[in-house]
Design a binder for this molecule. Structure first.
Ligand code: NAP
Length: 253
């Protein structure tokens, strides 16, 4: 890790990362934990979340697992209560939980539309709402929303997912404007094609197609995303807000 990415002014910060039991979220949690940030692993998968927290603890990271569904307002309330009971106020929120329910529009059901919107977009809104007041009081906070390149380009067969990820960009910019006066930055990251369980489900043909569209000629890794999160939560990034950082090997330029 680059030394200047460390936050020297605020010790004992706490980060809550949603969908952190595996994939990109887990790696983000691990990177932040290595910077002495307390970690709250939030995921709908309770056992996997516990296992993830155990793994982090074995690496001397202060971590706790909190199970819940970010699209459910009552769950979100209890997630943040449990986080605060363990570590005090949450200073860093990473809205990473996301799902896909792919189909072409003529076959896409209203339920698949609603489910994706509920987790990817409403979930992020509920979590921001849950931390905003305490961050405002402290006049400090870092919020990072994990969007996607398809939120910028659209994608055939992913109208629901692309719309939710485009919506996250609007949410990011609106929250950034509302919270900037209180020292809180809000940014989005738009990953390209990253190797995780989510993309493992794609057919070899689709993976090949994606690869052809990446100028840097490699699939991204969860570390590629976690490195940018580490930067955005650091003092070095304190003058950056309302931005969408593309981490996609040059797919979208
Ligand atoms: P992943 O491996 O599927 O991990 C996402 C985690 O979020 C899973 O553990 C998932 O549990 C959890 N989750 C789902 N719904 C939830 C809910 N309602 N409340 C709490 N947790 C929930 O996905 P990933 O590839 O790491 O992706 C992480 C984020 O990056 C997502 O927002 C995704 O859209 C975005 N992204 C990924 C890529 C990529 O190429 N991988 C590209 C662009 C953007 P379940 O397994 O039970 O659903």
């Amino acid at each position: 890790m680059v030394e200047s990415y460390k936050n020297k002014d605020i010790p004992g910060r706490t980060a809550l990362v949603t969908g952190a039991a595996r994939g990109i979220g887990f790696r983000i949690a691990e990177h932040l934990g290595k910077q002495d940030v307390n970690i709250v692993i939030c995921d709908i998968l309770s056992d996997l979340a516990q296992e993830a927290a155990k793994q982090l603890k074995s690496r001397d990271i202060n971590a706790v697992a909190v199970a819940g569904d970010v699209s459910n307002p009552e769950d979100v309330e209890s997630i943040f209560k449990e986080a605060t009971d363990n570590f005090g106020d949450v200073n860093i929120l990473v809205n990473n939980a996301g799902i896909t329910r792919d189909n072409i529009i003529v076959r896409l059901g209203a339920k698949e539309w609603d489910d994706v919107m509920a987790v990817n977009l409403k979930g992020a809104f509920l979590c921001i709402k849950a931390v905003a007041r305490s961050m405002m009081k402290k006049r400090y906070g870092r919020i990072i929303n994990i969007s996607s390149v398809v939120g910028l380009t659209g994608n055939a067969g992913q109208a629901n997912y692309a719309a939710s990820k485009a919506g996250l960009i609007g949410l990011t910019k609106s929250a950034a404007r509302e919270l900037a006066g209180r020292g809180i930055t809000v940014n989005a990251i738009a990953p390209g094609f990253i190797a995780t369980d989510m993309t493992d489900k794609l057919t070899d043909e689709t993976k090949e197609e994606f690869l052809k569209s990446i100028p840097l000629k490699r699939v991204g890794t969860p570390d590629d995303i976690a490195n940018v999160v580490s930067f955005l939560v650091s003092d070095a990034a304190s003058y950056i807000t309302g931005q969408v950082i593309h981490v996609d090997g040059g797919m979208v330029m």
